[in-house]
Design a protein around this ligand. Structure first.
Ligand SMILES: Cc1cc2nc3c(=O)[nH]c(=O)nc-3n(C[C@H](O)[C@H](O)[C@H](O)COP(=O)(O)OP(=O)(O)OC[C@H]3O[C@@H](n4cnc5c(N)ncnc54)[C@H](O)[C@@H]3O)c2cc1C
Length: 298
């Protein structure tokens, strides 16, 4: 949903008519978001994938990494450089966003290789070797792609933050149930403050984070500037969910390692939110520089 928001907001009428009804009915399967690259990581505007106009096509060369769902998706939103970095005034310029029909290009200049990971989440390396896509795959104006996907990234942050809040609630409920139930030394472990307090603290953090998530979502829905709220929501939600996960592991003692208890899987998955889709450090960098007006540290 956050991916196709870019098409909704910046696509042409013809693109919207072609794709959005099919996405709404489910005729077009999942969508992938091809932004991150192996050699540039968080430094998105340095990405190296190039798309060069050639008649009625663009020819794409380069590589993406961590492109989630690319194997199962029909479409991929791709961010690529269309004007060389040394020919633009700002690094955010000269990047363009394309809607690529993966069904058309797989095996024809586009190769997808899954990355085995510690979580139940399909994610891939995607290689482009003279991949030819129709010129009308371009969304909006050439060179303005970075600006177009920023809105989508804010939506993604709100979505991921909501997911983290859900995980946090799951951990808290499991912690409370087990702390009440498990008796050691002749009394429930939940009677010990060392067990109670981390659960209570994480609960409080989650409540506060959820308010920030709702504020970010409301601003986004109202079409208002939401960068600060979306980033803070993601920061606070991912950290409070992780604290709830840690409290849950500790509360369950050795049993947290048993798969049947359904904690270790979520614990692993929950850790991801502090790294993707944007790491906590990069959010703090955004806050220090863009909100607080401190000097850029990098
Ligand atoms: C499971 C999974 C799914 C993903 N799905 C997608 C997807 O669908 N599409 C997509 O485009 N990407 C996706 N990503 C990529 C994700 O967005 C990146 O992993 C994330 O943005 C961090 O980039 P990186 O891994 O290259 O880390 P790097 O940029 O190499 O950073 C490594 C560490 O250094 C820190 N660091 C770097 N620079 C600074 C600095 N200046 N100040 C302070 N700290 C710094 C970072 O915070 C991080 O902790 C996914 C990643 C994972 C793991």
């Amino acid at each position: 949903m956050y991916i196709m928001g870019t098409l909704l907001r910046h696509g042409s009428e013809a693109q919207k008519q072609k794709y959005l009804p099919q996405i709404a009915t489910g005729a077009l399967r999942l969508q992938a978001f091809g932004v991150t690259e192996p050699t540039t990581g968080s430094d998105t505007t340095q990405l190296k994938t190039r798309a060069v106009r050639d008649g009625d096509s663009y020819v794409v060369n380069g590589q993406k990494i961590w492109t989630s769902r690319a194997l199962q998706s029909d479409m991929m939103l791709l961010l690529a450089r269309t004007t060389a970095a040394d020919q633009v005034q700002k690094r955010t310029q000269g990047l363009s966003v394309f809607l690529v029909d993966l069904r058309e290009v797989k095996g024809k200049g586009c190769e997808i290789r899954p990355i085995p990971t510690m979580v139940n989440h399909n994610t891939n390396e995607v290689f482009f070797d003279n991949m030819r896509i129709p010129a009308d795959s371009l969304i909006g104006e050439e060179g303005r792609g970075f600006k177009y996907i920023l809105d989508g990234m804010n939506a993604e942050r709100v979505l991921v933050a909501s997911e983290a809040i859900g995980d946090g609630k799951y951990f808290t409920e499991k912690s409370v149930a087990y702390a009440n139930d498990r008796a050691v030394f002749g009394r429930p472990i939940g009677q010990n403050q060392a067990i109670q307090h981390p659960i209570a603290r994480a609960y409080g953090e989650l409540q506060a984070a959820e308010m920030m998530v709702r504020q970010a979502a409301a601003l986004f829905d109202a079409g208002r500037e939401c960068g600060e709220a979306a980033n803070l929501a993601k920061l606070l939600a991912s950290e409070s969910a992780w604290n709830a996960a840690e409290a849950c592991m500790q509360t369950h003692g050795g049993f947290s390692f048993a798969r049947d208890f359904q904690i270790e899987r979520k614990w692993r998955e929950c850790r991801l939110f502090q790294i993707a889709p944007i790491s906590s450090n990069m959010i703090l960098n955004f806050v220090t520089r863009n909100i607080l007006g401190l000097p850029r540290s990098y």
